[in-house]
Design a protein around this ligand. Structure first.
Ligand code: PCA
Length: 216
């Protein structure tokens, strides 16, 4: 009997960076087992459209029980558990294929937004208990990460029982060596966080009630 799969995705480098910590992190966990599940890691291109085609193929290929997509968020100081994906592409920079959509819906007939189906409050509590800086985020931006998060939740809407969501992680320390005042998080801490998030997501079906909103 095969173990059920948790699909983890990260992106390739973009915006002039030589690496993307989201891919570095998930690649290191490929093949590991957590809470009776096998982790499968895959890379998505930082390209509008292509990234979602790739994600759909991965869902068909791996038939996962749970999907956790990761992305790099420059300027963030903590692991960001994304609550909501919105139906718009508005790119401040070009993606890796040179596309720069502005104010375009991701899906013309799609709903304005989708919420994560991961237990982000339980995940937040677990990360905080382990001493890892983490927050609930109410915006995944309007670039390729939000695009993939929205597309993921749309795909999951047609696959009852399959849960998933998106998490942004800070830069890796090596990315900020020559940048001024940019936060980063060590890969060891990101990996610890990732294992705890997967374990919690697999084990907690109904999220806990925990205040973690923002006032502005
Ligand atoms: N971060 C970008 C896209 C790829 C990534 O890792 C984003 O936040 O949209």
């Amino acid at each position: 009997m095969h173990k059920p799969t948790v699909l983890l995705t990260g992106f390739d480098a973009f915006g002039g960076e030589s690496l993307n910590p989201s891919w570095e992190a998930v690649a290191r966990l490929d093949g590991e087992s957590i809470a009776g599940h096998r982790l499968a890691a895959a890379q998505l291109p930082t390209v509008f459209g292509d990234a979602l085609d790739c994600l759909e193929r991965l869902l068909d290929q791996h038939k996962p029980r749970l999907v956790l997509c990761l992305g790099q968020a420059s300027g963030r100081t903590a692991i960001s558990l994304e609550r909501v994906a919105i139906n718009v592409d508005d790119a401040r920079i070009a993606d890796n294929a040179g596309q720069q959509p502005v104010d375009q819906p991701i899906l013309a007939e799609g709903p304005p937004a989708y919420f994560t189906s991961l237990p982000i409050k339980a995940m937040l509590e677990r990360l905080h208990a382990a001493g890892i800086p983490a927050q609930v985020s109410n915006s995944a931006g309007t670039f390729v990460c939000n695009h993939v998060f929205y597309g993921l939740m749309h795909l999951l809407a047609a696959r009852p029982g399959l849960r998933g969501g998106f998490v942004h992680i800070p830069y890796s320390p090596e990315q900020v060596v020559e940048k001024k005042d940019q936060p980063s998080m060590a890969m060891e801490l990101v990996l610890k966080a990732l294992r705890l998030m997967v374990e919690t997501a697999v084990n907690v079906e109904h999220d806990i009630r925990l205040a973690a909103g923002t006032t502005e």
